[in-house]
Design a protein around this ligand. Structure first.
Ligand SMILES: C[S@@+](CC[C@H](N)C(=O)[O-])C[C@H]1O[C@@H](n2cnc3c(N)ncnc32)[C@H](O)[C@@H]1O
Length: 223
């Protein structure tokens, strides 16, 4: 099922039998060695995470937990199932504050609970190609592989909290390596080969220091 170019590149990986469930001790050992937040900090010079918002009664928000985010840096990604505007989303959308609407009407459901979570996992399983997943689903768990995938928890700006990040939409190009798709926190609702996968990232509008909360403007997108 895998394209020959990918198969030959990952020959060793394909021949190894991976146990379905790793022993707990081994998992912990691995976590200590390769904590994703640590890798993010060492690679980009900052890390981000969800925590209780500094806004009263706003629930959770996203904070810069270490380092400094330079102006123009990608500070997080908006995870979720991507719906074309003609695809059914009624039940997933009821009482759901995590639905992001792109300029062309494409919707991204970033809710990590309930039916939204079930749909994302189902699409992820459906699109799997041999050993390669077509998206990262760890943002739905407590063992997150991509700590940038928290953009759906960024709160809206207000009079006293100016936006320090903005949304940027983009379509994943057809040449994007298939083996890297497992790191993207987005999956298409339908396996519609015509439409490229839509992703939304959050970009720093200024330098953002450690301890600051991220605020976006829900009504502004850069296309
Ligand atoms: C996309 S969610 C953001 C994450 C949310 N804070 C949470 O903990 O689930 C959007 C919801 O967050 C809350 N929120 C976002 N910005 C806010 C603000 N400036 N003031 C109060 N509540 C806000 C509202 O309840 C809104 O429906």
């Amino acid at each position: 099922m895998l394209p020959e170019t990918v198969k030959s590149k990952y020959h060793d990986l394909l021949s190894v039998q991976h146990p379905r469930v790793k022993p707990l001790e081994y998992r912990h050992e691995q976590q200590n060695t390769f904590k994703p937040e640590e890798i993010l900090y060492k690679t980009l010079g900052f890390s981000v995470a969800q925590a209780t918002s500094s806004l009263i009664s706003a629930g959770k928000g996203v904070f810069v937990t270490r380092g400094l985010v330079p102006k123009g840096a990608v500070v997080s990604m908006y995870p979720g199932t991507v719906y074309q505007k003609y695809e059914p989303i009624f039940f997933q959308s009821v009482g759901n504050p995590f639905i992001f609407r792109c300029l062309d009407g494409v919707l991204i459901d970033g809710n990590d609970k309930g039916i939204s979570k079930v749909v994302y996992r189902s699409c992820n399983g459906r699109d799997r190609l041999g050993p390669f997943k077509m998206s990262d689903s760890t943002w739905l768990t407590s063992e997150i592989c991509n700590p940038l995938a928290v953009g759906q928890y960024v709160n809206n700006c207000s009079n006293d909290r100016a936006a320090n990040v903005c949304y940027q939409e983009f379509d994943v190009p057809a040449v994007f390596p298939i083996e890297l798709k497992q790191y993207l926190p987005n999956i298409a609702y339908s396996c519609d080969k015509q439409s490229p996968l839509r992703c939304v990232i959050l970009v720093a509008l200024r330098d953002i220091k450690q301890g600051e909360e991220l605020f976006s403007n829900y009504y502004t997108i850069v296309s």
